[in-house]
Design a protein around this ligand. Structure first.
Ligand SMILES: C[S@@+](CC[C@H](N)C(=O)[O-])C[C@H]1O[C@@H](n2cnc3c(N)ncnc32)[C@H](O)[C@@H]1O
Length: 227
C-alpha cells in the first residue's frame, strides 16, 4: 500500500480490477475513480472488510460498478478472483497483489502464511499465460529480513545479476518474509510466461510496485512516460 501511480491507463485497457488485501478499500476507491467497472477484492480480516465495504458504498461511483467482496485468505481464494476475471471475459485483467502480512489488531491469523505472492502469481500465470497485468506491491520488503531495507533498485539489480550468477544471490538477497519468499523467486515466476515486460512504479516509496505486463501493452500503459 498505497497506489501512488495513475490507474487510468490500466482502466483504459481493462474493465476488471482484482485485488488481494482490501484493507480499508483505498485501492478499490482508486479503481472506481479510474473507471473500472468490475472489481473483486479479497481480505482476511472481517473488520477491515467491513470498514472497506462501508467506505466504498458511500462512494457515488460504487453504484456504477459491480464489486465482489471475498472474506478469506488470498492464497485460498485467488482462484475466485481468477474466475471472476475469466467470467467477465476481458483480455487483460489487472491484479493488484497486496495481501501481505499486516499488524492485525483484531486477532486475525494468516495460518502462518505471511506472503501468498508465489501462489497468487502462479495461479494467475496458469490462467492467463502472460495476458494479465500484475501489480505487485511492497518490493522494498520482498526479500527483506526483519526491518525493511530500502533501495529497491539495488536489490532488483542484484536479482537480475543473480539470474546469470547464482552465487550473487547468496550475498545480495536475503530470505524475505521469513523463509517464504524472496525477490528472485518472484521475478523468476513473473517471467515464466511469454512476452512480458517489467516496470517499477510508485508505491509507499518510489519504485515499490513491480508491474508485469504483456509487451503489446507497452504503448498504451507507458507510451507517454517514455516520450
Ligand atoms: C497493505 S494492506 C492492503 C492495502 C490495500 N490493498 C490498498 O491498496 O489500500 C494489506 C491487507 O492485506 C490483508 N491480508 C494480509 N494477509 C492476507 C491474506 N493472507 N489474505 C488476504 N488478506 C490478507 C491485511 O489484513 C491488510 O488489510
Amino acid at each position: 500500500m498505497p497506489i501512488n501511480f495513475s490507474l487510468e491507463p490500466f482502466a483504459r485497457i481493462s474493465d476488471v480490477f482484482c485485488e488481494t488485501g482490501t484493507y480499508h478499500g483505498n485501492a478499490v476507491i482508486k479503481a472506481l475513480e479510474a473507471g473500472f467497472k468490475k472489481i473483486a477484492t479479497v481480505e482476511i480480516s472481517r473488520i477491515n472488510l467491513d470498514i472497506a465495504k462501508k467506505r466504498i458504498a458511500e462512494h457515488p461511483l460504487s453504484k456504477e460498478a459491480h464489486i465482489d467482496y471475498v472474506l478469506g485468505d488470498a492464497e485460498k481464494n485467488i482462484g475466485r478472483l481468477v474466475d471472476f476475471a475469466k467470467l467477465n471475459e476481458v483480455m487483460y485483467p489487472i491484479f493488484w497483489l497486496d495481501a501481505h502480512t499486516h499488524v492485525f489488531k483484531d486477532g486475525t491469523l494468516t495460518d502462518g502464511n505471511p506472503c501468498p505472492l508465489v501462489f497468487e502469481i502462479a495461479a494467475i500465470n496458469l490462467a492467463f499465460n502472460g495476458k494479465a497485468v500484475l501489480l505487485i506491491d511492497d518490493m522494498r520488503i520482498v526479500g527483506a529480513k526483519g526491518a525493511p531495507p530500502h533501495g529497491v533498485v539495488g536489490r532488483v539489480q542484484a536479482a537480475r545479476n543473480a539470474l546469470f550468477d547464482p552465487n550473487a544471490l547468496i550475498s545480495m538477497i536475503k530470505p524475505g518474509w521469513g523463509k517464504f519468499v524472496d525477490l528472485l523467486t518472484i521475478l523468476k515466476l513473473a517471467m515464466e510466461v511469454p512476452d512480458v515486460s517489467f516496470r517499477l512504479l510508485e508505491g509507499i516509496e518510489p519504485l515499490d510496485v513491480l508491474c508485469v505486463y504483456p509487451n503489446e501493452l507497452h504503448e498504451s500503459l507507458f507510451g507517454q512516460n517514455d516520450e
